[in-house]
Design a binder for this molecule. Structure first.
Ligand code: B12
Length: 149
């Protein structure tokens, strides 16, 4: 069975091009993607992950308010008793930032992986394959997440 991934742009953010590209790349690589689109609330991410029994939630944010939009997100995931890995990517801070600090901030919030705006979709695919011990085929999936940075 294909690995199920929930994808969306969090908060009031209306930048939709990045997740459209991600959705296409992930689907083409065999992942089962539920794209919630732009301006998705924390509740909508959590409800969708529960409804679809998802294995991963991929959050996108471009407009510079990711820190505020993601506060309390992992507490909600925990309350809903979801067993998911979480990634966040995009333009996660306002203006120029030290990405190492940004990554540390979102890791502290609970995200398993943090990606910057230069991320190629192939990097997200490689990370999912690594975390779920997938090889070239989704059929080889084994649920043994090995989470690194
Ligand atoms: C197009 C655009 C818009 C369009 C969006 C149209 C639409 N419906 O999508 C419009 C004009 C509406 C817009 C509005 C605004 N925008 Co704008 N916008 C852009 C622009 C020029 C391109 C974004 C884009 O489509 N890139 C192409 C896609 C393919 O790349 P991407 O989105 O970065 O996604 C890739 C990666 O980031 C990564 N990725 C993204 N998410 C995730 C998630 C995961 C899990 C992973 C693994 C990877 C990943 O993978 C994607 C594919 O490679 C950027 C500047 C730029 N060059 O990036 C500014 C930019 C994002 N916008 C910006 C701003 C400030 C705004 C506004 C607030 C402006 C305003 N004052 O009104 C509003 C926000 C409105 C809102 N509510 O969201 C800023 C954000 C600044 C910040 N974060 O500090 C930017 C960076 C411009 C700038 N240099 O100031 N914008």
């Amino acid at each position: 069975m294909a690995t199920k991934v929930i994808l969306g742009v969090i908060g009031s953010d209306a930048h939709v091009v990045g997740i459209t590209i991600l959705e296409q790349a992930l689907s083409a690589s065999g992942f089962d993607v539920v794209n919630l689109g732009m301006q998705t609330s924390q509740e909508e991410f959590v409800e969708a992950a529960a409804a679809h029994d998802a294995e991963a939630i991929l959050v996108s944010s471009l407009y510079g308010h990711a820190k505020q939009d993601c506060e309390g997100f992992h507490e909600r995931i925990e309350e809903a008793d979801l067993d998911v890995v979480t990634y966040i990517g995009g333009n996660l801070a306002v203006g120029q930032d030290d990405f190492a600090e940004t990554r540390a901030f979102f890791r502290e919030l609970g995200f398993d992986r943090v990606f910057d705006s230069k991320t190629d979709p192939e990097e997200a695919i490689a990370a999912l394959r690594a975390d779920f011990d997938l090889h070239s085929s989704e059929d080889e999936r084994e649920r043994t997440p090995s989470l690194s940075a």
